[in-house]
Design a binder for this molecule. Sequence first.
Ligand SMILES: *Cc1c(COP(=O)(O)O)cnc(C)c1O
Length: 721
Amino acid sequence: MSERAWQEIPRLDIADIDLPRQVGGLYELAYNLWWTWSSRARHLFSLIDSRTWALYRNPVQLLINFDRHHWNEKLEEESFRDAYHEVYGTFERYLVETDATWFARTYPGEDRPVAYFCMEFGLHQCLSIYSGGLGVLAGDHLKSASDLGLPLVGVGLLYHQGYFRQNIDADGRQQHIYPDADFSRLPIRPAAGPTGRGVFVTVPFPDREIQVRVWVAQVGRVPLLLLDTDVPQNDSADRPITASLYTPGREMRLAQELVLGVGGVRALAALGIEPRVWHMNEGHSAFLQFERLRVALAAGRPYEEALGELRHHSVFTTHTPVPAGNEVFEAALVRKYFGGFLGGVGVAEDRWRALGRNGEGEGDEPPFNMTALALRTSARVNGVSKLNAEVAARMWAHLLPETLPDAERMRAITNGVHLSTWLGVELQELFFRWFGERWHQVLGSETGRIAILDGSDEQLWEAHLAQKRRLARFLRARLRRQFARHGLSPDELRVVETMFDPEVLTLGFARRFATYKRAGLLFSDLDRLRALVDRAERPVQIVLAGKAHPADRAGQELIASIFRLSQSEGLKGRVFFVEDYDMRVGRQLVQGVDVWLNTPRRPLEASGTSGMKAGMNGALNCSIADGWWPEGHSGQNGWVIAGKDCGGDEAAQDREDALALYQLLELEVVPAFHDRGGNGLPRAWVRRMKEAIATIAPRFSSDRMVREYADTAYVPLARSG
Ligand SMILES: *Cc1c(COP(=O)(O)O)cnc(C)c1O
């Protein structure tokens, strides 16, 4: 295999796409998710057929639908041909110019790949294999690895129904919709084996073997392997193992994690990929260590040596201090699936069970803890913000090696987000005008601050307003669809067209409706909220979105009550709940609002990333000092909601934080927004927007994050032993 051949895994052709020779490159462009972060590539697709593009935002679907008789006409259009050559040229250069990347220049010759495992990947809304922050972070990690030239291969599961789509009914109840994906219309293809057939690996289950098909989603230079059990070789009861993400059934969840961990290691081997470093992004994939252990023992290595060796090349990132986020399985269940698997290579049960034990004194049958397994088998362990690393170091102190200094036992690598994915096109165009082709570097460097502060206030404000108007169009269309379903009349629907005024100060709040995120804080004093949104000369509008897990009744109740409040007198027309929060809704919101709200119960928000996306678009964060915000807040780029510390009394803390939030909005945020110069321009506000962009874009980009993983974990581990 040639040096970097693993980056170009051969794939089968499964879609019915017939392209004229002159634009044959569209095929490769459609199947490389590079288009998800190239606005010019997306523009090119929209030039082919703007209506189909607007409907699906999926180039594979677009090319399948496009009538082949229309190509002649299309090829006559000079603007289309030019756009094609420009985009395809950029894409080809992106793929071949690997020597110029950050990684190739910094670590020449270091080309053995990192294997990056995660239960979910958020790359684009058309690929529904993510639920929220963890997946979006993993997707951004792959995109930055590609941009930086880091040799990396992702491993995940290909869910047929993904996470649910959310509808909100007229009473505010969350409806769960599980559409079946048609994989032949998505930008993924099956890996091709040497004989031109698909690539399958087997995963041992009690009394049977499961066949797993390997698919590839190509993310720039980085392949993402996706595992699928829905194949005819499997018993019909086994096929739905990869049906849905975060299934509530415990045994089904274990089966999924077995497929991800064990199947993932085998898929890499089947493709001839030999990772040098293994990264577990959250504990769900930790069974991969059992497979690596089994392989080493089967090859005759002694147990301790095999364990030490695999540990030496492993990285683990923990993402949540919330107990429910740390996966635990009953001992009997794990025995059922792994007793024979590890017993077969001579590992006694107490030995492997000890690896998943969390502390002492849990009785004879302590549950098996996936975080414990990952921690025990990793040489580099990190949390996702400085504060989170401190909390995690205390939480897992009993499992971390005592020989290391504190700062190395649990490191902090603060999360980041992928700039070109999350920055609005209007701002991208403005920065292109200001800084030329190098705009990305200017924004990414700490020294870009001066250049950003020098930019024209008028132009920045105009670009922001353009993004806000785009949010207005998007919201109105969504709300019209939602309310039409609820049975509103044409006259009532017409009113929707005038809702959401782009001139009005707009607050955004979008996230999972987990209790600790406290979406209800803003609604805890309704009179005060009504007074806030309804002041004639200084109104405020609020847009909310978010899903609650299908098993989380309390979260669903909260959504229902907020939705009903948004329809109530005094809030109607000022408070909007937009259904089906996904990456698309997320992009519209973070790009179009003025202020981003974040009200978690400290210190339960490990990092949070939506505020980073908003901040690099010039929105000002208004947040509890939790997760990334203590590192992000510079004094000028947003506000801290600083309720008096109530020493662990949750109800009292909620009241304090709510008071602090209202006060901040009334006394600081609203007046600052309305402090206007003669021409109506809010100069002081724009100055803060510039501060937000200049401080957040470089320090909270996923490029910075992936460089940190490379410098402090991947490369040191790859080079040692
Ligand atoms: C960024 C993002 C998240 C994570 O945001 P948090 O601030 O961590 O809650 C969740 N869902 C979607 C769709 C996102 O884009």
